[in-house]
Design a protein around this ligand. Structure first.
Ligand code: FRU
Length: 467
């Protein structure tokens, strides 16, 4: 880690996965095997710019320390390797052997998109492309036809594909032959928006012992419009033989109102545990334009998902995966006063909890200053009705879901800031100037009750998994 960091002009985040070198975008095919989480991702191993896409591979037992694995999939005569999913074919329905892992992914060639398979019999380490790829081609004239998410359903398989502003559903018995089943248009900000990277996962409803199928999808603004945030959306519903029945009256919306959380996919832990989502943070939107470096792109902090019943509707809660909470600073900030906290390490999580009788956080403002190297500061403000995060040229806002819900959490990691307000009910992720060991945070309590502020810095060995 150290040698690699010295070679880079841009410091590596510690709690966020970055590529060994080159370019990273979407997470691909998250799957847990035994106690190890595997994550594939869009990788250009040659240079830190989008292009020449492979599937990179990393694995981890705690989602914080990662082991880089050999590249999983290389471009071939069928095209570049775009986003997709991995299923565990326990029965061997695809004919690659019982227990095979099967990757289902898009190949992109000269503007055409088609779906292909590859299989692994060694726990996802090495992959063999299926000799009769592709298994599903786009209808003539259909340009955006990608990002298959496959899941076991009944005795067979269900696939959802992003097709322009629609989602198309296919069925299969053997992962090789696919039959069209249905299409739907989920809520999007504009009819010309393009949907990418659909995901479908069961999310537990807190305190009920039940779960609800949740569709997660990314939305890209229409081609040619002024650049605005690409965002991840969710809707609850039910899985049918032909696809998904959305229940928009029961909830849904934007998963993360920030500008840097996209293409999210989940580890589905079979309802035994909450599913865990991870998304791509696009470093091209970083305030310094990415800076000179041998790598570009990071994954978000992984987030445990649950649903909370609020009247007739459901709200989505996201809780970040962090090391065990052991703060090195704890201060009580009285009503109307402010404290300044030195940031002695560039990777940290800060948590604010209500110190009054009802745990409520009324109004707080936190300002992160990078120190002498960078005059830009980043501010987070949580008022009685809204969360606001602003940094460099970014400014995002979200209505508060529930001012009584609980804590506010900030995770800052060498250039990224993820804010989880109201105990994870309101989330905003942005890229920021790097806050190194010369920075400081000013915390101002504008509410009527005392607040408790804690901060936990990364320990120096965080980052790569120890051999
Ligand atoms: C989303 C996306 C996917 C595509 C991949 C290509 O960021 O555009 O739709 O499969 O990236 O890298």
């Amino acid at each position: 880690m150290k040698a690699r960091e010295d070679a880079d002009a841009f410091p590596r985040p510690r709690w966020h996965l970055t590529p060994p070198s080159g370019w990273m975008n979407d997470p691909n095919g998250p799957i847990r095997l035994g106690s190890r989480y595997h994550l594939y991702y869009q990788l250009n191993p040659d240079e830190p710019v989008w292009g020449n896409l492979h599937w990179g591979h990393a694995s981890s037992t705690d989602l914080l320390h990662w082991r880089h694995e050999p590249i999983a999939l290389w471009p071939d005569e069928q095209g570049l390797i775009f986003t997709g999913s991995v299923v565990h074919d326990t029965e061997g329905t695809a004919g690659f052997g019982a227990g095979a892992l099967v990757a289902v992914f898009t190949q992109h060639l000269a503007g055409l998109e088609r779906q292909s398979l590859a299989w692994s019999l060694d726990g996802g380490r090495t992959w063999t492309p299926y000799r009769d790829n592709p298994v599903l081609e786009a209808p003539p004239g259909c340009r955006d036809f990608r990002d298959p998410k496959v899941l076991g359903h009944g005795a067979g398989w269900l696939m959802v594909l992003a097709v322009g502003s629609e989602l198309w559903w296919y069925r299969s018995q053997d992962l090789r032959g696919w039959e069209f089943a249905d299409k739907m248009t989920p809520p999007v900000p504009s009819p010309q928006s393009i949907i990418e990277v659909p995901d479908l996962v069961r999310v537990p409803v807190e305190g009920t012992g039940t779960d609800v199928w949740t569709l997660i999808y990314s939305v890209q603004p229409p081609r040619g419009t002024a650049r605005h945030a690409r965002q991840v959306h969710w809707i609850p519903g039910a899985v049918r033989d032909t696809g998904f029945a959305a229940m928009t009256t029961r909830g849904g919306g934007v998963v993360d109102v920030g500008t840097s959380y996209y293409a999210a996919l989940t580890w589905d832990l079979n309802c035994a545990e909450e599913p865990i989502a991870i998304g791509w943070m696009d470093e091209r939107t970083a305030p310094d334009g990415g800076g000179p470096r041998s790598w570009c792109g990071r994954q978000s902090i992984p987030r445990r998902l649950s649903l909370v019943q609020r009247g007739d509707a459901l709200a989505l809660r996201q809780r970040p995966v962090l090391p065990d909470w052991s703060p090195s600073v704890r201060v009580v900030i009285n009503a109307g006063s402010a404290e300044s906290v030195a940031l002695t390490h560039g990777t940290f999580a800060a948590r604010v909890t209500g110190g009054g009788a009802d745990d409520r956080i009324q109004a707080i403002r936190l300002q992160l200053d990078s120190g002498p190297a960078n005059a830009d500061s980043t501010s987070v403000s949580l008022g009685p009705t809204a969360l606001e995060v602003s940094s460099s040229d970014v400014s995002v806002r979200r209505e508060r879901v529930d001012a009584d819900a609980g804590d506010l959490m900030l995770i800052s990691d060498y250039g990224s800031l993820e804010v989880f307000a109201d105990a994870g009910l309101g989330v905003a992720s942005v890229l920021t100037p790097v806050v190194g060991s010369t920075g400081c945070m000013v915390v101002e309590n504008d509410g009527p009750d005392p607040l408790v502020f804690e901060i936990m810095f990364a320990t120096d060995d965080a980052g790569d998994e120890q051999p």
